[in-house]
Design a protein around this ligand. Structure first.
Ligand code: ADP
Ligand code: ZN
Ligand code: ZN
Length: 742
């Protein structure tokens, strides 16, 4: 055979380039041993990287003498099961991302670095049966004799890592092994056995609504089906998940549960751990690399029964998948905003389809996308309308603050309501989605404002640390004593953040503790737990916080929820702002009145009569959602249209726009050439915040009613963009189904 008839290996490499790379097989590795999905170490430029074999080919564009050989084959079998490999291919294609980079996001860090993809094994040295210290062969080998004596003292054997500690020398042991006096046992790292009965705690008898939802999903076991479990906060969604998981476990299957990052509190996890005798693998951003790999392998090899994790846990392989659950499916943290911009909820549905298992998307405030899918019949809608514990739903009051004086964001009627609640021995939750003391510092003499030098944004005043901080790029400056422009000293904080609300409330209500809960106050480890412990005692107090307060936690003693400012969601240019505001309001409100006392929700707004706000507070989230969907339909916005956003940023003004101009012409050319219609190109325009972290940003929006032509266009456009010389001076990225247009 001539050399050029040898199969070529096509590898995906950790590179942003949307292409595969050709190599020859590593020396000494027969072609027959190679399978797609295996990892190989290869030379790449001046580095060595680890790639994944995608396919074999007989021909390469690379001339034979330029084609390099891979250095090493790392796997005896593909680390990724075929189903997950397929999910990665699908993901790369759908999000128009490099396959190599997609695999990098999907694989645990240690696997990307070449670590063996097998569960850890431990080598243990044992005394062989019949071995004796008096063995004549040891008469003139005192070191071997001593080693044998030490081994003999350990009836359960000596694990390899302990050899050095016991003063044992490996060479002596190998010699003993040659003589048949010791042997090595290779055993899997401590693995818990599969439990025989699953419930560690009795289940609650389901109410009628819960039972109906439960039966619907259970009836769909063993095949794909998507269920939107829309249940008000406290309606017992989690109880339904738990019982479905038990069903899956009893059927010999594994369950995958995705939760938002913020719900990873002990409360959620404890609930699963308390219910089941199950091996639970936990996957989230805060665990170490080794732990992550172990959990990943346990899931893949069927040694974990339940996998719970945040966004990226979606890519955990499962040996026997039976059920997928996405809790709080509307949560924005499911969308990754950098690199591979995937949406874990959407991919979870794709995965369920590929694996032929049912998926449950649960939320008290379903996303408009999911509701639309339910209306069109793609998802089955399951509603839970009553609170399971019998608690009353909260009552809403819209408080018009037009031309009312606000004291650090707090109106007089609200102050009275707070006073009343505290006096009744109950707790108050004050919600304000803005950290810091004030969003701006203003010079009263010359009008200077605290702009960020790197962004088109204001720096937020943080009083505690006496700093100005940019919440967009992280830039920090000391708070100036004098105006940087005119030198005067009358610098005034403008607007209110949580710090200011906290300070003011502490002055207004000196007899009660005021607890602030936001990213600043909970940054220190353990701070959060301490705050929650204080609240849990049930004494009257005021909680002030950001959206951290809106999720996952239950505050049974809170009977008044105050939303200081609902206007942002009604004024914003972002078409999703009102949806987010409604979800936040309902989620925050859901924290209250879970016990016997019903909750009250006071919403301060300058637009108290806004139809969306009226609908939300008088008829509930679903009425709001219908109205919002009708508006989206009329405006031709998602979910009735599909978007892709091409973003670019550069150090010099205009560079990003010039690049996008070229991209736009290329796209127009392709559209004409292919006869593709129904795709609108909007822009390029400067990004709403044009300068951020020292870069000038611009964007080009692609909008369509049908995904297929859009994906055809993108598939051809992106390789051309990669080849554009202008692309070298800008950073650009594509966001398919962007959730944030800014
Ligand atoms: P959700 O997940 O919808 O917020 P949970 O499952 O947390 O609701 O349930 C809210 C509260 O109601 C919990 O205290 C839970 O123990 C209780 N609960 C749930 N289902 C039932 C039931 N069938 N009978 C009695 N109490 C229930
Ligand atoms: Zn000034
Ligand atoms: Zn900044």
């Amino acid at each position: 055979m001539s050399a050029d008839a040898q199969p070529i290996l096509r590898l995906a490499l950790p590179s942003p380039l949307r292409r595969l790379f050709d190599y020859r097989a590593p020396p000494g590795v027969p072609i027959a041993r190679l399978q797609p999905g295996m990892r190989l170490r290869v030379p790449f430029g001046h580095r060595e990287v680890i790639g994944v074999l995608i396919e074999m080919a007989n021909h390469s564009e690379v001339p034979a003498d330029k084609l390099k050989a891979a250095l090493e084959l790392l796997d005896a079998r593909p680390p990724l099961p075929p189903t997950l490999f397929r999910l990665c291919l699908w993901t790369a294609q759908y999000y128009q991302h490099s396959l190599g980079d997609t695999l990098s996001w999907a694989l645990p860090v240690l696997l990307r670095q070449g670590e063996p993809a097998e569960a850890r094994v431990e080598r243990v040295w044992h005394l062989a049966a019949g071995a004796s210290l008096e063995d004549p062969r040891l008469a003139r080998a005192p070191r071997q004799r001593e080693a044998l004596r030490v081994i003999a003292q350990h009836p359960h054997g000596v694990p390899q890592p302990l050899l050095a500690k016991l003063g044992l020398n490996k060479d002596s042991l190998e010699l003993l092994r040659d003589k048949g006096l010791v042997h090595i046992e290779v055993r899997r790292h401590a693995q818990a056995p599969r439990p025989s009965h699953w419930l560690a705690q009795p289940e609650l008898p389901l109410n009628a609504e819960q039972r109906q939802a439960f039966e619907a999903v259970r009836g769909g076991f063993g095949r794909f089906g998507a269920f939107l479990l829309a249940g008000v906060t406290g309606s017992g969604k989690t109880e339904v998940y738990l019982q479905l998981i038990r069903e899956a476990l009893e059927a010999g299957r594994q369950a995958l549960v995705l939760i938002p990052e913020i719900n990873l509190g002990p409360q959620t996890l404890e609930r699963f751990a308390r219910r089941f005798n199950a091996r639970i693998a936990l996957l989230h951003s805060a665990i170490g690399d080794r732990e992550r790999l172990d959990a990943w392998l346990a899931a893949r090899d069927g040694e974990a029964d339940i996998v719970i994790g945040t966004r990226s846990a979606l890519f955990t392989p499962l040996q026997r998948p039976g059920l997928i659950i996405v809790d709080e499916e509307h949560d924005a943290s499911y969308k990754q905003q950098e690199g591979l911009r995937y949406h874990a909820r959407d991919l979870a549905v794709v995965r369920a389809q590929q694996e032929q298992v049912p998926i449950v998307l649960g939320s008290a405030t379903p996303s408009l996308e999911s509701l639309h899918n339910a209306h069109s019949g793609r998802y089955a809608l399951l509603r839970l309308e009553r609170r399971a514990g019998g608690a009353q739903p909260p009552r809403y009051l819209r408080l018009d603050v037009k031309s009312r004086p606000l004291d650090s964001g707090i109106s007089a009627p609200l102050q009275q309501a707070i006073a009343q609640t505290l006096a009744a021995g109950q707790q108050v939750l004050v919600f304000l989605n803005r950290r810091g003391f004030a969003p701006t510092l203003l010079c009263h003499d010359c009008g200077w404002v605290s702009g960020c030098q790197r962004c088109d944004a204001r720096m937020t005043l943080h009083q505690r640390s006496n700093e100005l901080r940019c919440h967009h790029c992280g830039h920090v400056e000391r708070r100036p004593n004098n105006c940087p422009q005119c030198g005067q000293v009358d610098l005034r904080p403008l607007g209110a953040g949580t710090e200011r609300a906290e300070e003011r409330l502490a002055i207004l209500f000196p007899d009660y503790p005021v607890l602030r809960i936001d990213r600043d106050s909970t940054a220190r480890k353990g701070a959060m737990d301490k705050l929650f412990a204080t609240i849990g005692k049930g004494q009257p107090c005021i909680l002030v916080g950001t959206q951290m307060l809106a999720k996952g936690h239950h505050f049974p003693r809170v009977t008044l929820v105050a939303i200081l400012d609902a206007d942002g969601g009604l004024f914003s240019a972002d078409f999703r702002a009102s949806e987010r505001m409604a979800q936040l309001i309902v989620q925050v409100a859901g924290r209250a009145g879970r016990a016997e006392e019903p909750g009250r929700v006071i919403i301060q707004s300058h637009l108290a009569d806004h139809p969306l706000l009226v609908q939300l507070t008088e008829q509930g989230y679903f009425a709001f959602a219908e109205q919002a969907l009708a508006e989206r339909r009329a405006a031709g916005l998602p979910p009735f249209a599909h978007l892709a956003l091409l973003r670019a940023e550069a150090h010099k003004p205009n560079q990003a726009e010039l690049f996008l101009d070229e991209a736009c012409s290329l796209a127009e050319g392709l559209l004409a050439e292919q006869g593709l219609s129904g795709i609108e190109l909007l822009g390029p325009v400067p990004a709403p915040m044009e300068r951020r972290a020292g870069r000038y940003r611009a964007q080009l929006l692609l909008q369509t009613n049908a995904r297929a032509p859009l994906h055809r266009l993108l598939g051809q456009l992106l390789p051309r963009l990669e080849a554009l010389p202008a692309g070298r001076t800008v950073r650009w990225s594509l966001d398919v189904d962007p959730v944030d247009l800014y």
